[in-house]
Design a protein around this ligand. Structure first.
Ligand code: 13P
Ligand code: SF4
Length: 326
């Protein structure tokens, strides 16, 4: 079986109930499925664990099963592999990349670091293993603020690759971190005008915004946070209507946890679809997940030397998060 296309393209018997088969294969092989909140709902429903980027890394670090199927994007698979080098880490479709991670190539980031000597390097987890290897400590949107604040106020810091998250952290901490000029194509899209229109249409609706969004969108937020933080806010709020400015996959779990509440996907600029999907996240399908489990392919691999260097800032992030109770 080959994975030339980035996934196993083997024919599947159309009489099979794929959900049942995936559950069977998972048990048979003692595999654990981890899924990010941006995955298709049917994949989230089959997962043993769903979570934000921090939770997925924390879970991967303590899993005992020999096979991890990471239903998410490439950098999440790499993080799991770096944390669990002896396990088989699979991704249903290796083409699931990340525009934000792609906006920061390791050789360019290395140059940026050299141009700014004497800086501590803090990187968002949405980066390649090569960029992680150049980093002092990693962060996710759950712990970025606290990790930045764990450094002295006058610490000189480089933050990469997300200029929006970095700018947001600068604004709430009063820091002046030097920002890499990267962004996520999904989170950059949200339309201020359309969110304002929705607020007029649904007075009282709470606006939930991921910090990868532009500052003009963040300014409209009632809550800014990671996918898990936005989900928790919605679960614990007395409000009934929420405008959700992050990838629309999170609405699946929000609706499951709060079936009586209304969640409206914040619309992107210049589009009539009313949703905001990450084309990379949505590359993983039930069919690819089934074949991935069946053939145990495609497998994530990370160069050993790079992985050893990248493990240091990942571990540092997990240790600080544990101390902070995150
Ligand atoms: P979190 O789930 O950690 O908030 O990350 C969002 C994201 O863009 C992942 O790619
Ligand atoms: Fe990357 Fe954006 Fe997709 Fe998240 S939503 S995986 S940051 S491209």
């Amino acid at each position: 079986m080959n994975v030339d296309k980035g996934y196993v393209d083997a024919p599947i018997d159309s009489s099979l109930d794929l959900k049942e088969e995936i559950v069977k294969l998972k048990k048979e092989k003692n595999a654990v499925i981890l899924a990010h909140y941006y995955q298709k709902g049917e994949i989230q429903d089959l997962a043993d664990y769903i979570g934000d980027s921090l939770a997925l890394a924390q879970i991967a670090a303590r899993i005992e099963a020999p096979i991890i199927v990471l239903c998410g994007v490439g950098f999440m698979g790499e993080t799991a592999k770096i944390l669990c080098p002896d396990k088989k880490v699979l991704i249903p479709d290796m083409n699931a990349g990340c525009s934000l991670a792609d906006s920061c190539q390791a050789q360019d980031f290395e140059k940026f670091i050299k141009e700014n000597p004497g800086h501590t390097v803090i990187s968002y987890v949405n980066t390649s293993a090569g960029v992680k290897a150049l980093t002092d400590v990693l962060v996710t949107s759950t712990n970025a603020r606290q990790i930045v604040e764990s450094f002295p106020a006058d610490e000189k810091i480089i933050f990469g690759p997300d200029r929006n998250l970095g700018g947001y952290i600068n604004s709430v901490t009063g820091r002046n971190m030097k920002l890499w000029n990267g962004a996520c194509h999904v989170h950059e899209q949200f339309s201020v005008e359309k969110i304002v229109e929705l607020k007029q249409q649904f007075p009282g609706a709470k606006v939930l915004v991921h910090p990868e969004c532009k500052d003009v969108v963040v300014k409209l937020a009632d809550k800014v946070g990671s996918t898990a933080a936005l989900l928790n806010y919605a679960v614990n709020s007395d409000e009934q209507v929420f405008i959700v400015a992050t990838e629309s996959g999170i609405i699946h779990e929000m609706t499951k946890r709060c079936p009586e509440k209304t969640f409206i996907a914040a619309p992107p600029t210049g589009s009539s679809c009313g949703c905001n999907d990450c084309s990379y996240m949505k590359l993983n399908t039930l069919e690819k997940l089934y074949n991935c489990l069946k053939y145990e392919m495609p497998e994530v691999s990370v160069d050993q030397e790079v992985a050893q260097k990248a493990l240091i800032p990942i571990r540092r992030m997990l240790d600080i998060s544990e101390k902070l109770g995150l």
